[in-house]
Structures are given as structure tokens and as C-alpha cells.
Design a protein. Structure first.
Length: 127
């Protein structure tokens, strides 16, 4: 829709998926090889088995972040996805953050800002 209807260049698109929504971002990233980047927050590998095998096909820079206090998505699930994604930048494991409060993390927003700049976006985000 963004590309065909709104005429937005794919190189101006960052895919962002949180939890199970990460599967949609991964699926889109597999078919859109020239997007600017992908952000995956607490992606559960157990729900993503259908796309987990193809993480190595993602070409766009990919930021994977996870809260260390997350009791819904085990850290090893997220680490498995990270290990399968050669386009992944250094992951972010956030101490003192769970599954439902990642957006409150200043550490997360700082890293997202850095990642967006790496992808060519220079915008102001909240601390």
C-alpha cells in the first residue's frame, strides 16, 4: 500500500514488529529486499517457526531488542532469531524491562534512534 498507493519509496520504509506482530514484519522483509530496515521487539520464535527458517534471507539492517524480564517470550527464542539473521545489527537486551513495558525504556529509544540514523533517517524521537 505504501509503495503502490502512496508512492513511498521502499528505501524510505522501516518495518517495525512487536511480539507476534514481528512475524508480519519478517514476512514483508523477505519480499521487500530494498527496504531501509527492520525493527523486531521481543519476537517469539515459537510463534515464528514458519518464518524462523528464512531469517537468513532478510537483507535489510535488522535491530532485534528484548526485555530481560520478559516472561512471555524466552530470551533464547529471540537469540535464535538473531543468530539466524546475518543482517542483524548488535542486539539490545534490556535489563529491568518486561514484555509489556519496553516502550518505557530510554535505552530502547536511544538504540532505535541510533538504528534509524544508521538507516538514513534523522528524526527526533522521545528519550
Amino acid at each position: 500500500y505504501l509503495i503502490t498507493e502512496l508512492s513511498i519509496a521502499s528505501t524510505s520504509i522501516i518495518l517495525w514488529g512487536y511480539s507476534i506482530g514481528a512475524s508480519a514484519s519478517i514476512e514483508l522483509a523477505l519480499n521487500a529486499t530494498d527496504i531501509a530496515g527492520v525493527i523486531l521487539l521481543s519476537p517469539p520464535a515459537s510463534f515464528l517457526r514458519t518464518v524462523c527458517w528464512c531469517m537468513d534471507k532478510i537483507r535489510a539492517p535488522t535491530l532485534i531488542a528484548h526485555g530481560m524480564l520478559d516472561t512471555m517470550v524466552p530470551l533464547d527464542h529471540v537469540q535464535a532469531l538473531y543468530k539466524r539473521c546475518p543482517a542483524a545489527v548488535e542486539p539490545l537486551w534490556i535489563p529491568d524491562v518486561g514484555h509489556n513495558n519496553m516502550e518505557n525504556s530510554a535505552i530502547l529509544w536511544k538504540r532505535i534512534r541510533k538504528f534509524l540514523a544508521r538507516c538514513g533517517f534523522f528524526i527526533v524521537l522521545p528519550l
